[in-house]
Design a protein around this ligand. Structure first.
Ligand code: PRX
Length: 655
């Protein structure tokens, strides 16, 4: 069976789901239309029903209480219900699927045995972990920072927090000690959880020693809980550091789930914005979990017996919603992979799919592009016949990568769900449903139930029909973030100020004549590097923190594999010589300040930056130069000194 492309309204090929997939899926086209109409015409009724997919301790009587009104932004779902998130992800499955595998752990090193952790075992591990946290003084509402590799303990730690009503904040294990310290301080964490080392791609990141450095910048009340991963040598700070395995041996095996309100925070996740420091995005317990579970079930068409694999890291929102919370709330089997796509070779993803008979595979376009470059032979070596659905997330997927994914991995018979969403949205907002929505390479297609996307012009007018503008959402959905940790005003000003009455996504978007959405990328100063979101302001502030740098401006430029690369214009202090050695030093400096993902791809020396007479840097021009589109610079006459532009063009670095 092959999915044959036919023409869509705008002549993009259209891949319809096969009748076999449509018949067996949770929703076919008619069902999608029916449910979507209900979800937007009667959100209260629709979500009252969907809220029942969770087990409530005290059932909710109120469903939706939300306002996008600029003067009173407030989002509450199921607000008088109480529940426990860990009990929903574990305990309620014990009677029916206690011996089913909940988590398959695939280690970085393929020679190390995979682990199959059943729901019963998960229950045991999470209770012990929860009791260890309690022993360390963690109470309901306290913050716990998790800085762990992709090992089962990361899921145990998340669920242990949820079990006792503590709020976790995961920091991606690739972040630097400074970035970690900022986040520990930002949420005033009581405990940080790390492992000794993080094996990844054959290398070992010293997480414990990173914590030692970070904690020098934090309150001395912060305790460090260390989980063993490799057993290699680490330093120890008496009185501050706790060894998980020793603590676990001394606690009771049972830990009753704590009752929390639907609107109590479940986690904080820091993410980059266009200005200043990363924001602590707050997600709450009830609405988030219901939304993560529902989207996981429908978008991936999860069915009993499936083996679902999302290759993200729990350090990002995708790992939260679609490795841990969504799948486990649905009683699924979810794969946790510690490694990278190219270790020990470019066949690793497909080896893991074959080994565990993966049915749903969800990854990022950057990984697909990287593997595409290695040739189809790496895919052909493996039996991928178990695959049914493929997913993509994190950035627009270019049609070449989509086609390669479809033909080589899906063998032309697996629907590709291109899922658009954000840390802020908690779950997928725009995506095809495998049995319902014909797909077009490069389009995230149609909104999920309850989601009302609109395209606005720059004055905030809603545009109709086939059009292009910025993407905003008209009404709330249960997975939406509730606030920025400790700064509700920032929440309101970031998402609700520019376009009154809407949630503003920060993305540009086109809608075609079929009503399909095509995300065109960020319209603010956020760049997307290998699917990782980064504020250009963060890279700039790292650069100017270096003693040789007087000024820096950072923009994104098209990069074949990463989607966008990091292009930096750097003005040096007077008297500092611009050498290749200094360039390498600055690259290493940013890497060390933020983390490897932020390492600049290009540094161009800029004796001057294009500024308006009021001193504002004209990034539009810098973007054009970085993109090598110097013949469409637009008006430069308002610059204080237009000649700097000629110099930048003449000395443009070859990106
Ligand atoms: O620009 C969009 C892009 O990633 C941004 C959100 O990044 P983050 O909060 O890190 O979450 C990533 C994983 C959900 C969006 O504003 N983006 C995400 N998914 C897509 C996408 N762009 C195009 N197509 C997608 N499927």
């Amino acid at each position: 069976m092959t999915i044959q492309p036919t023409g869509g309204a705008d002549s993009a090929p259209l891949y319809a789901p096969s009748s076999e997939i449509a018949e067996n899926a949770h929703a076919d086209a008619a069902r999608y239309e029916e449910l979507y109409q209900k979800s937007v015409s009667d959100p209260e009724g629709f979500w009252a029903e969907e809220g029942k997919r969770l087990d409530w301790i005290k059932p909710f009587t109120k469903v939706k209480n939300t306002s996008f009104d600029y003067d009173n932004v407030s989002i509450k779902w199921f607000e008088d219900g109480t529940l426990n998130v860990a009990a929903n992800c574990i305990d309620r499955h014990l009677a029916t699927r206690g011996d089913q595998t909940a988590i398959i752990f695939e280690p970085d090193n393929p020679d190390e045995a995979a682990q199959h952790i059943t729901y019963k075992q998960l229950h045991k591990e999470v209770q012990v972990f929860a009791n260890v946290l309690k022993d360390m003084g963690v109470d309901k509402g306290d913050r716990v920072v998790i800085y762990l590799p992709m090992i089962p303990a990361a899921a145990y730690a998340m669920l242990a927090c949820a079990r006792i009503g503590a709020i976790h904040s995961i920091v991606f294990a690739g972040f630097s000690p400074d970035a970690l310290a900022d986040r520990v301080n930002g949420c005033d964490a009581k405990v940080v959880i790390c492992s000794d080392y993080a094996p990844r791609g054959g290398r070992n990141t010293p997480l414990k020693s990173n914590c030692d450095k970070a904690l020098l910048r934090c309150s001395d009340k912060v305790k460090l809980l260390v989980v063993e991963r490799t057993g290699a040598q680490i330093d120890w700070v008496e009185g501050r550091d706790y060894k998980y395995e020793d603590m676990a041996a001394g606690v009771a095996p049972d830990c009753a789930p704590t009752e929390v309100n639907a609107e109590d925070p479940l986690f904080i996740l820091y993410t980059s914005g266009s200005t200043g420091k990363p924001k602590g995005v707050v997600h709450c317990s009830g609405g988030y979990l219901a939304y993560a579970a529902m989207t996981h079930q429908y978008v991936f068409d999860y069915q009993d017996g499936d083996i679902y694999w999302c290759t993200a890291d729990v350090g990002w929102v995708t790992g939260h919603s679609y490795i841990v919370y969504g799948p486990l709330a649905n009683g699924a089997t979810t794969v946790m992979f510690e490694g990278v796509p190219t270790y020990p070779d470019a066949g690793r993803f497909w080896a893991v799919c074959e080994k565990h008979k993966v049915t749903q595979f969800y990854t990022a376009p950057t990984a697909i592009r990287a593997l595409m470059g290695k040739g189809p032979e790496w895919v052909e070596k493996y039996d991928l016949s178990s695959l049914r659905i493929l997913g993509s997330v994190g950035e627009p997927i270019n049609p070449e990568a989509w086609n390669w994914y479809n033909e080589n991995v899906g063998k032309g018979s697996c629907p590709i769900v291109d899922t658009w969403w954000q840390t802020e949205t908690g779950g997928i907002l725009i995506a095809p449903l495998p049995g319902a929505t014909p797909t077009k390479p490069g389009s995230a297609t149609k909104p999920f139930f309850g989601v009302q996307p609109v395209i606005l012009d720059d004055k905030g007018n809603e545009l109709s029909g086939a059009t292009e503008g910025v993407l905003a959402i008209k009404d709330s959905w249960p997975g939406q973030m509730r606030t920025v940790w400790g700064d509700h005003d920032r929440f309101v000003s970031t998402y609700f100020e520019m376009f009154k009455g809407y949630y503003f996504s920060g993305d540009g978007c086109r809608r075609d004549a079929d009503g399909y959405y095509w995300i065109t990328g960020r319209v603010d100063d956020v760049i997307n590097v290998s699917g990782h979101r980064m504020g250009t302001a963060e890279v700039e502030s790292a650069l100017v923190a270096h003693e040789t740098v007087s000024e820096a401006a950072v923009v994104g430029y098209p990069h074949d594999i990463k989607g966008q690369g990091i292009y930096c214009y750097v003005t040096l202090m007077d008297g500092v010589e611009a050498t290749d050695e200094l360039r390498a030093q600055l690259q290493a400096w940013v890497r060390q300040e933020i983390g490897p993902i932020a390492k600049p791809d290009v540094i161009q020396w800029a004796p001057g930056l294009p500024k308006t007479r009021s001193g504002k840097i004209m990034r539009r021009i810098l973007r054009k130069i970085a993109e090598n589109e110097t013949d469409s610079l637009g008006d430069t006459s308002t610059l204080a000194d237009p000649s700097v532009v000629d110099d930048l063009i003449a000395n443009r670095a070859n990106a």
